[in-house]
Design a protein around this ligand. Structure first.
Ligand SMILES: [Zn+2]
Length: 176
């Protein structure tokens, strides 16, 4: 059975003719609440005490941070909490140069994937404490904790250069 077409209404005419609509502003907002789940909850509670807690897969032995309930590689439940160090190695990074609405940080600034010591998955953090053009792969960085800790990623204000020698590329080559 076919649906008959909707009859067209009377044509609207404007004098003088209107210019075409080239753009409309549609502010969109979506408020939502998620349940952190068992592993993420443990991770966030540990952050509120100044610790980074990952989970280890019993088969491939990889440590996930933030923790996962299952290993996406092996398809088995992760089984062991592992404390990960609040320092690590920059594997890749991004320099933000373009101003945007709501911008708080002074441009340019750097965010980077940091392979934390004891973890097998890089985590993205804000990097401070050096000019953007001095950032590099292998640079060693350490966490600067916020003055007030809570069950939130905001418990780490940023990462800064630790002053250690750059890491051997072989130590992070599989994580770039
Ligand atoms: Zn695994």
């Amino acid at each position: 059975m076919s649906i008959p077409p909707t009859p067209a209404g009377p044509a609207l005419e404007f004098d003088p003719p209107l210019s075409p609509v080239m753009r409309i502003d549609c502010p969109v907002r979506l408020d939502y609440t998620i349940a952190a789940g068992r592993e993420q909850s443990r991770f966030l509670r540990a952050m509120s005490r100044g610790h980074l807690l990952g989970r280890r897969c019993p088969e491939c032995r990889k440590v996930y941070l933030p923790p996962r309930g299952t290993c996406p590689r092996c398809g088995v439940m992760t089984a062991e909490d592992v404390e990960v160090q609040p320092r690590g190695t920059i594997t890749t990074w991004c320099v933000t140069n373009v101003p945007y609405e709501g911008q708080v940080l002074e441009l340019p600034y750097v965010t980077a994937s940091v392979l934390l010591d004891g973890a097998d998955l890089p985590f993205y953090f804000l990097i401070q404490g050096l000019p953007a053009d001095q950032i590099r792969m292998g640079m060693r960085v350490e966490a600067e904790w916020a003055d007030t800790l809570g069950p939130t990623l905001d418990s780490i204000r940023c990462f800064r250069p630790s002053g250690e020698p750059d890491a051997d590329p072989a130590s992070y080559a599989e994580h770039v």
